[in-house]
Write a protein that binds this ligand. Structure first.
Ligand code: MRU
Length: 348
């Protein structure tokens, strides 16, 4: 399915009783959409990074549960709950690090558990998933309104990975803040890192910012220190897959390097993340860092770039400790260190 209208950059939506999403594995070369009519297809799409980015994964999984509820042939509420439990298990096993996935699935399941009839449960699951879809856009806009004031006219802002519209339903977290600052009339330009090995920076961030007419340049991940040392970067903003109550931030592999270099060069380092990305329970060593296929590292396109038999590690995320973070932008305000204290104050 190919759509011509480039203005409709909605990452995922519920349409004609199915889940329609941009196939991000095809970007930047083709803007094509895939249609999932079965929750197993949704799970597969999350695993294969057809849809990715913490908030987008959460909302997509919730819509996947809505599909499971529609698909189910259950005639009693307990049969429907059994079918939903099965779908829940498949969807929650797709990726381990982004907490939004578990948050979204549990929130939808809680609605299903309260329903008394099959029809009520089906409606409740779908309406909760749709509500989360809308809340995601709203939260991004609110983050934007709080975060925009942290940027000055003329700033060159570095971002890592893709925390844009494509990582959310629309608008983005880190890129949402940049969009909001620009909407306030500030002239910001963006430096995107390539984000090896899956290239979310070059394939997705450069694509969506260029699509929206934002001044964007691309650099190899290895050029970050050099650009900072030259004074070419004024601010940094990234997204997150999980934020702990202590302010430890799990995000795309390489974020920790960027934050460490930012500290050395005294450049403010911000994280933009909705509260659905916060994990109030885990400690840093309890968070599972996804290890992805070595094929992502040994090949560039179809070409092999590492000798056969060499040992390879391919962690997809890393942890940035709170002492490297200047502020965490949420939909309820900007958290400043010490994060545990400011989080408590913000949430009462
Ligand atoms: O492996 P991905 O592409 O799902 O990783 C995405 C990231 O690390 C993003 O920075 C993060 O999910 C924040 S998205 C608003």
């Amino acid at each position: 399915m190919a759509r011509k209208n480039l203005d409709l950059l909605l990452t995922v939506e519920w349409k004609d009783d199915s889940v329609v999403m941009i196939d991000q594995t095809k970007l930047p070369n083709k803007l094509v959409y895939v249609k999932c009519t079965d929750y197993k297809q949704v799970a597969d799409a999350i695993k294969k990074l057809v849809v990715r980015g913490a908030p987008a994964i959460g909302v997509t999984a919730a819509l996947g549960l809505a599909l499971a509820a529609q698909q189910s042939k259950a005639s009693t509420i307990s049969e429907l709950r059994t079918d939903l439990d099965a779908a829940f298990k498949v969807l929650r096993a797709t990726r381990p690090t982004a907490v939004n996935l578990f948050w979204a699935l549990e929130r939808v399941m809680a609605k299903a558990k309260r329903a008394k009839t099959v029809e009520d449960a089906r409606n409740a699951v779908l309406s909760e998933a749709k509500k989360m879809w809308e809340e995601d856009i709203q939260a991004n806009r609110q983050m934007g309104s709080f975060g925009a004031s942290l940027f000055r006219d003329g700033d060159v802002v570095l971002t890592h990975c893709n925390a844009g519209s494509l990582a959310t339903v629309a608008y983005g977290t880190a890129l949402g803040v940049i969009r909001a600052a620009r909407e306030q009339g500030k002239r910001l330009s963006v430096i995107a890192t390539e984000t090896r090995p899956v290239m979310q920076g070059s394939r997705l961030t450069a694509f969506e910012l260029q699509h929206d007419g934002v001044d964007v340049s691309l650099i190899p991940d290895t050029a970050v220190g050099h650009m900072m040392a030259r004074g070419a970067i004024k601010r940094i903003v990234v997204g997150a897959d999980r934020v702990l109550r202590t302010g430890h931030v799990f995000n795309k592999i390489g974020t920790y390097q960027v934050a460490t270099l930012a500290k050395r060069h005294k450049i403010p380092f911000y994280v933009a993340a909705p509260l659905s990305t916060f994990d109030f329970e885990s400690s840093p060593d309890e968070v599972v860092i996804e290890e992805r296929s070595i094929d992502e590292v040994v090949k560039v396109g179809k070409k092999r770039v590492a000798p056969k038999g060499v040992r390879i590690f391919n962690p997809a995320f890393d942890m940035t400790p709170p002492e490297l973070i200047t502020g965490i932008i949420t939909e309820k305000g900007v958290l400043k260190p010490p994060f545990e204290k400011s989080l408590k104050a913000m949430l009462g």
